[in-house]
Design a protein around this ligand. Structure first.
Ligand code: G3P
Length: 218
């Protein structure tokens, strides 16, 4: 399973790049607003220059024609930009048109297997099930991830399952077990994925023992 960062924070993305495990980035209007970013285009272009993999940028208009126009523009921002289109009826029409123009789409705000199936049939390169938001309303978000993996494989659909709205490290474990192609994670969760108390205890002990021997030899 690949790991993408779900953020518009450039420092976090640079750190993720240095760690060498971040294969892409997803942004959305809320994440951009959180960073107080005025110029979405230049931030996406900078992200796209830091991480060579897919960088998702979302359309922020409604209606087929308006979304199409904005999606075509976003697609020119950088060669690795992927356009996020919502899982709506209009969105489906837009995805079909963009697929014919070879513009890569990440269908976002996906909450059901039916939406996921239609998004794949329309030609979305990625479909993003929002795991945490389904959990929030008492559904099993990860069940949607595993259903999507099963159905896409069963019908040999090439669309990638991009597990999104990931809230904690256990979501990453479960997404990997379910066979998700990608999990897009907040920076905090990426840090938590590498944490283990026994690693910290073991490392402290190794260094203490080493220094004890060194001091005894003095
Ligand atoms: O990738 C989608 C993500 O940004 C939404 O996460 O935590 O707002 O549901 P959340």
């Amino acid at each position: 399973m690949d790991i993408f960062l779900d953020t518009a924070n450039l420092e976090q993305i640079k750190k993720g790049a240095r760690l060498g495990v971040v294969r892409g980035v997803t942004t959305n209007p809320t994440l951009v607003a959180k960073e107080g970013i005025g110029d979405y285009k230049s931030v996406v272009q900078e992200i796209a220059s830091i991480i060579p993999g897919p960088i998702s940028a979302e359309v922020v208009v409604e209606g087929v024609e308006a979304m199409l126009e904005q999606a075509r523009d976003i697609a020119t921002w950088a060669p690795n930009v992927v356009v996020k289109i919502p899982s709506t009826t209009d969105g489906l029409e837009v995805i079909t048109a963009l697929d014919k123009e070879n513009i890569k789409v990440n269908m976002t705000l996906c909450f059901s297997l039916n939406q996921a199936l239609l998004g794949a049939l329309a030609g979305a390169a990625f479909v993003s099930p929002f795991v945490g938001r389904l959990d929030d309303i008492g559904h099993d978000g990860m069940e949607l991830v595993s259903d999507m993996v099963k159905v896409y494989r069963q019908y040999q659909l090439e669309t990638k399952v991009l597990a999104a709205s990931i809230r904690h490290p256990l979501h990453c474990v479960l997404a990997a077990r379910a066979g998700a192609d990608i999990a897009t994670v907040p920076f905090k969760v990426l840090m938590q994925m590498m944490q283990h108390p026994l690693t910290d205890v073991g490392q402290t002990r190794f260094l203490d023992d080493w220094h004890k021997v060194q001091n005894a030899q003095k």
